[in-house]
Design a protein. Sequence first.
Length: 202
Amino acid sequence: MGRHQRPALTLTPSPGAGALTLSRRQLIGRQESAAWLNALLASGWSPTLGPLLEKSLRDEICASLAELPLPRSLRSVRLADLSLGTAPPLLRAVACAPLPRGAPFPGAGCEAQLDLEWEDESASATFVFMPANVVSQPRLRCARPRLRGTLHVQWEWLPYPSNSYPHVGRVRVCFVSPPEARATIEPLGSLDVTQLPGLGHW
């Protein structure tokens, strides 16, 4: 790939999104630069988007931990701290197209796929474990995360004049396929939770 050549990105069907082929519609911006989207994302990451995503992710993790089956050697595990850092995700490529008739959303809208990459040295999540037969509460930190994947996004405009401002009504976001995710696992404190009996496989 040449130095100034943008990566090609084509829309791929996502679960529940219906069939999506080049013969059905002409893609808009198959090799569009994502620079303007990165500038927009960076401008709103710290004051709005980052904290909103951080809260949503925290709620999702806590709900998942509450329903997670635990081994007998572990009484509970909880999220103690979560920070997404200050660096917004980087969009490598983008492709977009209008929503077709008969899409999951009844109104006018658009859909897009975004090649996304995110890593931040300051981002981390800390978990507290309560072993069944140990008094101390060992902690485990997931640090220096790295995420790569392709997001499929669909959104619908709220029609005028029922809405006096051009707001987006509904948004669906999912990964087209399981993303590549990496992080460094760091036991904290005098007790290494990864060495507790029964927790290795779990």
